[in-house]
Design a protein around this ligand. Structure first.
Ligand code: RBZ
Ligand code: NIO
Length: 352
């Protein structure tokens, strides 16, 4: 709990002076004021995060965290849990969607096992910080202990702190874990107060019949464990997942280091909801990368007052939306650095 508390103590608000300077700079560039819309807002937020009116985006990482889920024993899944470990190998060898999109935007991949059930061979490209071989089936009891939930968050903080030491201007979150749309829906429903009908989605492709089983299993888990919506550690431990806790730690750690964090889809969103419930100010450091097809994603973004950068009908996770949205954030920052002012370019200014 010490690292978590120390991290929370380091989270302060955005640098208002840097934001005022960044906005003033936007306003003298050769365009009608405000005409670049969200591109301007992103540059100003980034300035507030980094405390610099001309922020940096060159050093980027996507941190993808993996965990398995006991709830897949409830038989509404189409994919075996071995896929989690197999996909980690794929991430480690550059073949997954997240590898391609990270390469395209120039982000390094950081792959972390936090709660993977299938034994894995050692691999220099996988950081093995397994806390347990997957969560317990939350239909019959808590997914993990409160101590394990804290450990997951603190591991996420340690991982992002290590990346900050290597040099980090922008970090993206990603998840891998067969079954993890179920704990994400549970977290979303408990914290936002919205029904499972509204927040549960098809994940990797649940049929109508499987959707009924999925909602019933999540409802049973919530009814049995009675997570306290005001206590994010209680929610995470009772109906969460190791990778979700780890990603909440990445988000809190990024905020403490004043690094902008590009939050991926629904699972990363559930992690953001945990981080936000622990420390609402962490929201200032988040960029919502995209709006996933999972219906709960829009709901949890609304709950935090976040506006998704992209809407691409994506539903993969891994950090794919985060990597893609980094392109937009970089574009916005290049405007801030490279565009000519009216004075530079000799363009007449607005007359009235
Ligand atoms: C081959 C494959 C690659 C993936 N990459 C991400 N996910 C995504 O799908 C899973 C969540 O959906 P559900 O709750 O329905 O299991 C997570 O592993 C998520 O990262 C994948 C899923 C599969 C099958
Ligand atoms: O939005 C996501 O992150 C997502 C949706 C479905 C499956 N995996 C991830």
């Amino acid at each position: 709990m010490e690292l978590l508390n120390a991290t929370l103590a380091k989270i302060h608000g955005l640098d208002k002076e840097a934001m005022t300077k960044a906005q003033a700079h936007q306003d003298i560039l050769t365009k009608p004021q405000g005409s670049l819309g969200k591109l301007e807002a992103i540059a100003v937020q980034l300035a507030g995060i980094q405390g610099n009116a001309k922020p940096q985006t060159a050093r980027k990482a996507i941190i993808t965290m993996a965990g398995d889920h006991g709830i897949i024993d409830e038989k509404f899944h189409n994919w075996p849990k071995e896929v989690t470990a197999q996909m980690l190998q794929n991430f480690a060898h550059g073949g997954a969607a997240i590898n391609v999109l990270s390469r395209q935007v120039g982000a390094r991949n950081v792959v972390v096992a936090l709660g993977v059930a299938t034994p894995m061979a050692e691999d220099p490209n996988i950081i093995n910080r397994n806390i347990a071989p997957g969560t317990n089936n939350m239909v019959y009891g808590p997914a993990m202990t409160r101590e394990q939930a804290v450990k997951a968050i603190e591991t996420g903080i340690e991982i992002v702190n290590a990346e900050v030491k290597k040099g980090l201007d922008l970090v993206g979150t990603g998840d891998m874990g067969i079954g993890n749309t179920s704990p994400s829906a549970a977290i979303c429903s408990v914290i936002t107060g919205r029904s499972l009908e509204e927040v549960t989605g098809r994940g990797t492709g649940a049929s109508d019949e499987q959707m009924k089983l999925k909602r019933n299993a999540i409802a049973k888990a919530i009814a049995l464990n009675k997570p306290n919506a005001q206590d994010a550690l209680d929610v995470l431990s009772k109906v969460g997942g190791y990778e979700i806790g780890g990603l909440a730690g990445v988000i809190l750690g990024a905020a403490a280091n004043r690094v902008g964090v590009v939050v991926d889809g629904f699972i990363s969103g559930a992690a953001a909801l945990i981080a936000y419930t622990i420390c609402p100010q962490a929201k200032d450091f988040m960029f919502a990368a995209h709006q996933s097809v999972e219906p709960g994603h829009r709901i949890l973004l609304e709950h935090m007052g976040l506006d998704a950068i992209l809407k691409m009908d994506m539903r993969l996770g891994e950090g794919t939306g985060a990597a893609l949205a980094m392109n937009i954030i970089e574009a916005s920052n290049r405007i801030q650095h490279e565009m000519a002012s009216f004075a530079d370019a000799g363009v007449s200014e607005k007359q009235s």
